[in-house]
Design a protein around this ligand. Sequence first.
Ligand code: NDP
Length: 310
Amino acid sequence: MADIIKNSDHRARLIDGKAGAAAVDAAAKSAAEALAVPLGRAAALAVVLVGDDPASQVYVRNKIRRTEAASMTSIEHRLPADTTREALLALVDQLNRDDGVDGILVQLPLPDHLDATEIVEAIDPAKDVDGLTAKSAGALVQGSKGLRPCTPSGCVWLARQALGDLTGKSVVVIGRSILVGKPAALLFLEANCTVTLAHSRTADLPAVCAEADILVPAVGRPEMVRGHWIKPGATIIDVGINRIDAGDGKSRLVGDVHFGEAVKIADFITPVPGGVGPMTIAMLLANTCVAAAARAGLETPKILQALEIA
Ligand code: NDP
């Protein structure tokens, strides 16, 4: 396992998401190679990309590269932006029926004329490696077995790397989206934390945040969380990815946390970029192995169990 906690000149130590993702990618590769024997083939992840959103193109390219590097088969379907609902549903149905496909991911956002909820719901829950179907969400609420959403899983995994057992920690998640905030709150609950789920209507958000041992902003507002919001010694898992003007016609990425202030107060912090971001694909690869094993009636590979990924 790579050492993912890096010392910095400041007081807070950096939680290195790139090193964390490399460690999980390596575990997924070992798991995939072990699974290839009983499966008689490589585990396979199908990615469906509709339209030409530039950020999605980059993201899908990275997914394909890392899937192949992890000894899995990457199946790619690129469809034009004017793809009809019927054509997309037919493709999802075809992938559901294909026994050689273990995981299906429909890249979001979809073009406006397509209903993302309807399309995601069409995915067979056994292949729902993004963990976004109602069945997967229900399993998370029930605390029963199921595929967990990737970015929130990455958040919990990084917090564990910094702190070890999370039992009893107070966690404040800011943001209640289906993609990130809600599942993150439930996953920290599953890790025996005491969780507050804050949002745009939360009264006195700075005071709420100041109670958090672990603060998880997932908002999309650059540098919203200021230093005085942070409990001294807290761990910050910053999910936000925001592009801001850096002057000279250039731009740069920042999180939802004012890093310069936070680093003086927190004990551990994820940088942006290079924190939570890289973990999403890592968890997707791990989920693909979990799905491949479960579909074949096999146990989750031990290396993923040991990493507390599944
Ligand atoms: P959404 O826009 O769907 O949700 C944002 C949430 O933030 C909402 O629940 C909203 O509350 C809340 N919010 C908005 N303004 C405030 C405020 N002033 N105070 C408190 N809460 C507020 O975003 P996502 O959940 O999809 O993404 C959140 C961030 O995470 C984005 O920056 C996104 O880029 C990033 N992200 C990163 C990923 C990665 O690292 N791989 C993956 C996915 C997302 P309300 O519900 O009340 O409106």
